[in-house]
Design a binder for this molecule. Structure first.
Ligand code: PYL
Length: 283
């Protein structure tokens, strides 16, 4: 998990309406509907997103608070229609404040773990896996029917693996590439999965890319054309500046929004104890 910096998330709240509109242009669905797809929940479930407030709890341990992080998370949750607030105090005192304020759910992150949890059901969700599914849902919506199509997943960490599992559920065949071969080896004999031996081989296998490495600019302008779609979660951006300048409309990217939205929707589904699967389609 790459640690975000203050400058990575500056202005997220102010950009949410614009980002939502951009996602609609790219995928046909806005932030909340993409997140509901990631959680395999039909759209009518959005009405029940939550009935108690969500506390966002600043955490000072390790490298400490990232300026604007809690406020950005609160803004994203509020954009989804949730009643969210940032506790005035951090850490344990903040947890006490959350409970005393009647919060039903808490969002908190340290340097290693970013989670959202539900007091009543004991359900928890984790950022990396939810981010993988959130961006995979966006890519699937943008691409249309994925059955029989190949998607290349660059980076087989938690984000890449959870995206690959989601995309496989949508019917895609997967080509995985990671510089650490121990991460891709478990997939080498799995039906509908192939492991590329080089970045070039992986990029040549498809024009649908899921970029989940921690490297900057893995995908260049020469790897893309008008048919190419890229889902690139996180920071640093996995496409070059030249690719972004020419094919920005084909690149689904944000530092935090889709991951937090997917976490929130997955938590509501988990907390309600219901399992939806409508072929990853919006209901
Ligand atoms: C959750 C994000 C998504 C990408 N990288 C993850 C990250 O930056 N994690 C660190 C979060 C630390 C938050 C800090 C605070 O402000 O409360 N403890």
């Amino acid at each position: 998990m790459t640690r975000l910096r203050e400058e990575d998330i500056a202005g997220i709240e102010a950009r949410l309406v614009r980002h939502d509109a951009e996602l609609r242009r790219q995928t046909g669905a806005g932030l909340r509907d993409i997140a509901l797809c990631a959680a395999s929940a039909p759209r009518r479930f959005a009405r029940q997103l939550q009935d108690r407030p969500v506390a966002v709890l600043p955490v000072t341990t390790g490298q400490g608070i990232i300026g604007g992080f809690s406020e950005s998370v609160r803004g994203i949750l509020a954009f989804l229609g949730m009643d969210a607030f940032v506790t005035q105090r951090p850490d344990v005192a903040g947890l006490v404040e959350a409970v005393e304020s009647g919060a039903g759910q808490v969002f908190l992150a340290d340097d290693d773990t970013c989670t959202m949890l539900d007091f009543a059901s004991h359900a928890t969700v984790e950022n990396s896996a939810a981010t993988g599914r959130g961006f995979a849902a966006a890519l699937a919506l943008a691409a249309g029917d994925l059955r029989g199509r190949t998607v290349t997943v660059l980076g087989a960490g938690i984000v890449g693996r959870s995206a690959a599992a989601y995309l496989r559920d949508c019917g895609a065949d997967l080509v995985l590439y990671d510089t650490d071969e121990t991460r891709t080896a478990p997939f080498s004999h799995r039906p509908h999965f192939a492991v590329a031996r080089s970045l070039r081989e992986a990029l040549d296998a498809s024009n649908l890319y899921f970029e989940a490495t921690t490297a900057r600019g893995t995908i260049d302008v020469s790897d893309m054309d008008e048919e190419t779609l890229v889902a690139a979660p996180g920071i640093p951006l996995g496409v070059t500046d030249a690719a972004l300048a020419r094919y920005g409309a084909h690149i689904i990217h944000d530092p935090l929004e889709l991951g937090v939205a997917a976490m929130a929707c997955e938590l509501q589904v988990a907390a309600a104890g219901v399992l939806f699967d409508e072929n990853k389609k919006i209901g």
